[in-house]
Write a protein that binds this ligand. Sequence first.
Ligand code: ZN
Length: 94
Amino acid sequence: MTEDIEKLGHWTGSTCPFCGKPKHLAGTLRSDNPPPSPNDAAICISCGNWAIFTERLELRKPTIAELVELSENEDVQRATEIWKTMDREMRRRH
Ligand SMILES: [Zn+2]
């Protein structure tokens, strides 16, 4: 499951604006898998919230409009489902 989610993007060192945890998977889900750029979305592995990269590749909370856009994006839905499954597995193990 961890490999599945790693295929979806790049790990970054930016800090989550929701829970403050430092590790994120940047969610450009294109097949050429480019590194994150401004306005890309990232899912927080710790809390499962989505954040947006700023010009300086730091993370900020999405606006309401961006949240709506994210919720309608199939790649975002897929990554969220993978995260939920992974989170359930982690909880079961601990
Ligand atoms: Zn978080």
